[in-house]
Design a protein around this ligand. Sequence first.
Ligand code: ZN
Length: 276
Amino acid sequence: MDLSKLCIHTITTKPWNLETAIPKYAAVGIGGVSVWRDAAQGFSGGIESAGEFIRSEGLDIVSYVRGGFFTALEAAARQKAIDENKRIIDEAAALGAPLIVLVCGATPGQSLFESRKQIADALAALVPYAQSAGVRLGIEPLHPMYADSRSAVVTMAQTNAICEAVDHPYLGATVDVFHVWWDDQLEQQIAAAGKADRLFSYHICDWKNQPEDMLNDRGLMGEGVIDIERIGSWVEQSGFSGYEEVEIFSNRYWAMDQDEYLALIVDSYRKLKGHR
Ligand code: ZN
């Protein structure tokens, strides 16, 4: 089956470095890769040559993961975060990635309302820089279990609200089924993002029934409780025609033989798309 719209995040096969992962992905016909920062920085020839290497293997670079963490109690720390994100934008441009995924941050000791305001302010300051580098920014709302310290943005409605407030074509949304599958407003909010040309990327995996670890026990598509097919149809109906990106953090899968694991990923994707 056609895997040209399948993308894998390098973190998904964490035991493989970039030099190993990219030819493996290419060999099974996967079309794209989202590159995590540590993978790009670990490439022997530097970030620019990592980009050349990936393209020479025939893969599209879908996104650079990740930026964000804009919130802080002190203004100086928030400015530092903006400066750090400018460096991340420079890295994405050097790599040739058109998009950075953002985990926006949350800070214990201040309200989520204040954190979301700080996120919007930081993005307004950052997005002209992103545009000049030719790199778009995608806010990824995280599951509310991470609202303590990782992301004050937990719904697509909040994501859309920040995008509307900043109102810039280089700022949009990343939908990850793991984070937003429970939201009864998801269909409408995905449609709204699509209508405003703000749906930039789409991540898939599954939420296992009773995960053993809230970060590192994600499932393969079909292994858990998310109606990925339905969410995928909303994403498609919104006008999105980009990659379906498999992003799985899993101690269990990282402990496996990664070639066998890659075959499982492809198999679960096939089943999701209705092919065996
Ligand atoms: Zn994601």
